[in-house]
Design a protein around this ligand. Structure first.
Ligand code: ATP
Length: 217
């Protein structure tokens, strides 16, 4: 991989279960595209999560909802590569694939919320993630970055201002404060299971899809 000075705009990737996708994901994704001047941000639904129980809602449904949510916003893309792979969906495998597709020079940014970073040392080959991408950490209401321990030391050792990090294709940790939106998929599932409305927490076409496929009831 080449060292410095790429002029190609970086690509972002936001992994998650998206069970279902909501405005917390979408607004953060769009703000990040504009803040970091990304050429695109790929929302990448996880098929078989390595660290949590497989969602009752299939990966196909979750990816279809992400597709509906980003329709009409060309800078946000549904990346369903993890649905094509067998076995657990390891992020490192997706980053290696993406790097292969992009070539060595463009910046690649793996985006995650604070809550995801807290457990990153349990991820498969976690220290290698920075060989393939930057990590962009976004603040999330109710969550704080760790102040001590392995992950805190790792963050401190790699954190850079965005401009300095994005001068290279990979290797930096960028922390961005975006508009806090206290929305979680868990809360949406709970509302729907209780027969209450989740309207205005997620896009209307996603809600229509949930209703027509009788998900989360
Ligand atoms: P669940 O409640 O089922 O755990 P979730 O709402 O946290 O789901 P995920 O699909 O697990 O959604 O999240 C994917 C990524 O998006 C994670 O990195 C997570 O931190 C981030 N994220 C989720 N909700 C928000 C939000 N409201 N604001 C910012 N980031 C978010």
């Amino acid at each position: 991989m080449s060292a410095a000075g790429t002029s190609l705009p970086p690509v972002g990737v936001l992994g998650g279960t998206f069970n279902p996708v909501h405005y917390g994901h979408l607004r953060s994704a769009l703000e990040l595209v504009e803040r970091l001047q990304l050429q695109q941000l790929r929302l990448m639904p996880c098929a078989v999560p390595p660290h949590r129980e497989a969602p009752a809602c299939s990966a196909q449904h979750r990816a279809a909802m992400v597709g509906l949510a980003v329709a009409g916003e060309p800078r946000l893309i549904c990346d369903s590569r993890e649905l094509q792979r067998k076995g657990k969906s390891y992020t490192i495998d997706s980053l290696i694939e993406l790097r292969d597709e992009l070539g060595a020079d463009p910046g690649l940014c793996l985006v995650m919320g604070c809550d995801a970073v807290l457990a990153i040392d349990t991820w498969h080959r976690w220290r290698e993630l920075l060989d393939w991408a930057h990590i962009v950490v976004i603040a999330r209401p109710g969550w704080h970055l760790p102040q001590s321990g392995t992950v805190a030391r790792w963050l401190a050792g790699h954190q850079l201002p965005a401009a300095a990090a994005l001068d290279r294709p990979a290797g930096g940790i960028i922390v961005e404060e975006l508009r806090p939106l206290a929305i979680s998929a868990t809360e949406i599932r709970d509302l729907l299971a209780a027969g209450r409305s989740a309207r205005y927490l997620l896009p209307e076409p996603v809600l229509d899809y949930i209703e027509s496929h009788q998900l989360y009831q």
